[in-house]
Design a protein around this ligand. Structure first.
Ligand SMILES: Nc1ncnc2c1ncn2[C@@H]1O[C@H](COP(=O)(O)OP(=O)(O)OP(=O)(O)O)[C@@H](O)[C@H]1O
Ligand SMILES: [Mg+2]
Length: 282
């Protein structure tokens, strides 16, 4: 399957029970998005532009009123496919405390596969593997509330991995973390993508995280306004600013330096790149 996630002309509105579709405001309209298997896609956009709605449409938490969303070829509006879709696409949310249900780390990771009805021996194996893959195996007997935010979020990710998803959607999963926790989660997600080929959809407000993706999508008012490699997207400073976003710190700084006559190349995305470019000028 070439396109793992496939939004085809999707229109979606949050309807009140008594509300007619015609009176509700569409959050997204005629929305098209295709994501290839194994890709790492960052989604950026100002508050309320529809990022979380797109995330929820990816694993059938919400169903479009018009158009279709396909996950690995399965139609999310087909109730018979719900179980398969939820197993294929795991979601990690913002607040780690809301995602942890058990009082011991390894029990928490086992919760998802238990609900899938997987046999105990296999669960044991999956829990150990999942905890190792997020570097939390040594904490398996800990109480989750004693962990840092980044550690809790990695336990939440392990809980998802134990269900063997093909795709993980992270909806601002680093937003409540300190810089160290953010880095831990980002490195974990990057490894899951590169080593296990898990498709990643990474919603974030942090530009320095988005530059680590293969593809960056910028949304504004329910529409995609930029879509491409980080280099391409962060070169579009005017469109980004109009969408209420910043460019990465290093990009901003290098643009300022260029304005004052320093001969730097275009589209610098990280401080390392900036230092290297400056070094070569000296
Ligand atoms: N459950 C809901 N019921 C009604 N309206 C909703 C609901 N959830 C979101 N909305 C509205 O839909 C629009 C898109 O919201 P969404 O949560 O998808 O945006 P977002 O880009 O994730 O924002 P944020 O950056 O704040 O998380 C907003 O106008 C929001 O107020
Ligand atoms: Mg959101």
């Amino acid at each position: 399957m070439d396109n793992y996630i496939d939004f085809q002309n999707v229109t979606f509105a949050y309807l009140n029970e008594d509300e007619e579709q015609s009176s509700a405001k569409n959050v997204i309209e005629n929305f098209n998005l295709k994501i290839k298997k194994g890709d790492f896609v960052a989604v950026l956009g100002h508050n309320g532009c529809g990022k979380s709605t797109v995330a929820k449409l990816c694993n059938a938490i919400e169903i479009p009123q018009k158009g279709k969303v396909y996950v690995d070829g399965l139609d999310t509006s087909d109730g018979d496919k719900l179980y398969d879709i939820r197993q294929k696409v795991g979601m990690v949310f913002q607040n780690p405390d809301n995602q942890i249900v058990a009082t011991i780390v390894e029990d928490d990771v086992a919760f998802g596969p238990e609900n899938l009805g997987i046999e105990p021996k296999e669960i044991r194996k999956r829990v150990d593997e999942a905890l190792k893959s997020v570097s939390m195996y040594d904490f398996r007997f800990f109480e989750p509330h004693k962990l840092s935010g980044g550690q809790k979020q990695r336990v939440a990710i392990a809980g998802i991995i134990a269900m063997k998803p093909e795709c993980i959607v992270l909806d601002e999963s680093t937003a409540m973390l300190d810089p160290r926790g953010r880095k831990e989660v980002m490195n974990t997600v990057k490894m899951l993508n590169e080593e296990f080929g898990i498709t990643i959809i990474f919603i974030t407000h942090y530009m320095d995280e988005a530059v680590k993706a293969n593809r960056v999508i910028v949304m504004e008012n329910g529409k995609i306004v930029l879509d491409g490699t980080p280099k391409k997207v962060f070169g579009e400073v005017d469109i980004l600013k109009k969408a209420g976003l910043d460019v990465p710190e290093a990009t901003e700084l290098s643009l300022e330096l260029k304005k004052s006559g320093v001969g730097l190349p275009d589209n610098i995305l990280s401080m390392e790149e900036l230092f290297k470019a400056l070094e070569s000028l000296i």
